[in-house]
Design a protein around this ligand. Structure first.
Ligand code: AHR
Length: 496
């Protein structure tokens, strides 16, 4: 098939907005096999671990330099009582995880274990507190337990539990989805509650908390408006969740074995986040023209029907090349909104929804999504460059999306990185690039693609989908031509 022709112009000298590395953040909830099995196996497990945390998962996540990890939920956060998760493990009370499968939660993974996981990963913690069913005092005391160095009741309790020095805790969410699973609140009621709870989230012992308020559901700009109006000056960020659902909630389709209609719909729905971010940002701009309050997408990713035969409450799904493209499209969009979007956390890190890692007992694999995190890591902290792109359509069944999506950035060393996605599963695309400003005249590249739309890694073939060297391009003075194979993600670095 003849290639679709796209034209791209980028100015490497343009002033760019820094891409916050936290846009490559992660989310791990007490849900299904994410925390238990996926990250926590316990100290007595035959699976190699460090203080109960599995070594293979930590090693894989360290490779993609996870910047920040959100925990403990999600919907679980507004039912979580942190004091159940401290002290000797055998004494910790059990609870029922009512949101996720009604299973018994033994609280063996609690505050100390989570902070240890963050230390092992070398990432920042981001804790979400309980507004829905917790008290103001409970939230106040959790922050005191974590961050106070005083001779105070909670700091002394922490010391009694074996941790002398306070931790540093920057990111703190005051509730999760409080319009839904976090208490079914109206925006005015939540805004009042936010102000009340937030008052007692203290900056202690030199620790300064970055306060995240619960943001809107979907396209509900009224929520954004009310929160900005009533509480905008008392927050650092508003959180926003967006899941790519390729169908109705009652028929989301499976993660593999789908047809082209589902492929197209998935990518179209992934691209919809662009308009939603723009709509909420426009409201925020009215109240906060300086951009002081961030919009953080602290849950995003694909949400399919669960793998046949698995617990419907565990949200376990495979992860294919389609998910890799969804991830790349999201990053391209987050980079474009770098001024407002200061963090994003994919849901979820292991064994749940659009995971980086899947485990089966002692076995572990990394997914195509993981590879996109690794390939795109060059953009972390770099300056997002404006890209003008004219792309042909990839149309199917009367609906069209751009065949090509692109993002570019300039890193601290001055190297320009260009990332491209060809959404069309059948047709190659040729991208004619005009490059101005200080940009290297040679390039090297990598590609993620596969034969099948649903190509994925299995425990038997864990490297079926993996990045490879990419040579399908030519460079000249101020120009480059890139030949993108169908259904591919490509990254190019321009060097001298
Ligand atoms: O990630 C799964 C769930 O999706 C989270 O618990 C909730 O916040 C969202 O609705």
């Amino acid at each position: 098939m003849s290639p679709a022709k796209a034209v791209l112009a980028l100015d490497a000298g343009a002033p760019g907005t820094a891409i916050n590395p936290n846009v490559y953040g992660h989310f791990a909830e007490h849900l299904g096999r994410c925390i238990y099995e996926g990250l926590w196996v316990g100290e007595d497990s035959p699976i190699p671990n460090t203080r109960g945390i599995r070594n293979d998962a930590v090693a894989a996540l360290r490779k993609i330099r996870v910047p920040v990890l959100r925990w403990p939920g999600g919907c679980f956060a507004d039912e979580y009582h942190w004091r159940d998760g401290i002290g000797p493990r055998e004494d910790r009370p059990r609870m029922i995880n009512t949101h996720w499968g009604g299973v018994s939660e033994n609280n063996h993974f609690g505050t100390h274990e989570y902070m240890d996981l963050c230390a092992q990963l070398g990432c920042e913690p981001y804790i979400c507190g309980n507004v829905g069913s917790g008290t103001v005092r409970e939230m106040q005391e959790w922050v005191e337990y974590l961050t106070s160095d005083a001779d105070s009741p909670m700091a002394n309790l922490r010391r009694a539990n074996g941790r002398e020095a306070p931790w540093k805790l920057r990111f703190f969410g005051v509730g999760n989805e409080n319009w839904g699973c976090g208490g079914s609140m109206r925006p005015e009621y939540y805004a009042d509650n936010y102000l009340r709870y937030n008052t007692y989230v203290r900056n202690l012992s030199g620790n300064t908390v970055y306060r995240v308020a619960c943001g809107p559901r979907g396209a509900d700009t009224v929520w954004t408006e009310v929160l900005m109006q009533l509480a905008g000056t008392a927050m650092n960020a508003l959180s926003f969740h967006y899941y790519t659902v390729a169908g109705e909630w009652t028929d989301r389709g499976l993660a593999t074995g789908f047809d082209e209609a589902r492929w197209h719909l998935t990518l179209r729905r992934a691209l919809d986040i662009d308009g939603l971010i723009a709509a909420h940002s426009a409201v925020m701009d009215r109240y906060d023209p300086a951009g002081a309050v961030a919009l953080i997408v602290d849950e995003w990713g694909t949400w399919y029907d669960v793998e046949p035969g698995t617990n419907p409450g565990f949200l376990y799904q495979q992860n294919s090349l389609r998910d890799a493209l969804v991830a790349a499209l999201h990053f391209n969009i987050f980079h474009r909104h770098a001024r407002r979007v200061a963090m994003a956390n994919i849901a979820q890190t292991v064994n749940v929804l659009q995971a980086m890692i899947l485990t089966d007992g002692p076995r572990m694999l990394v997914t195509p999504t993981y590879h996109v995190f690794e390939m795109y890591a060059v953009h972390k902290g770099a300056s997002a460059l404006p890209v003008a792109l004219e792309s042909p359509d990839y149309a199917l069944g009367g609906s069209a999306i751009p065949a090509v999506s692109a993002t570019a950035s300039r890193d601290a060393a001055g190297t320009v990185h260009l990332s491209l996605v060809n959404t069309d599963p059948n047709r190659p695309a040729e991208v004619a690039c005009r490059l101005s400003g200080p940009v290297g005249s040679r390039a090297h590249g990598r590609i993620l693609t596969a034969q099948d739309m649903d190509a994925h890694n299995t425990f038997e073939r864990p490297a079926a989908v993996a990045p490879a060297e990419f040579t399908g391009f030519s460079t000249g003075e101020g120009a480059a031509k890139v030949s993108l194979p169908p259904k591919s993600v490509v990254t190019l670095a321009f060097v001298d």
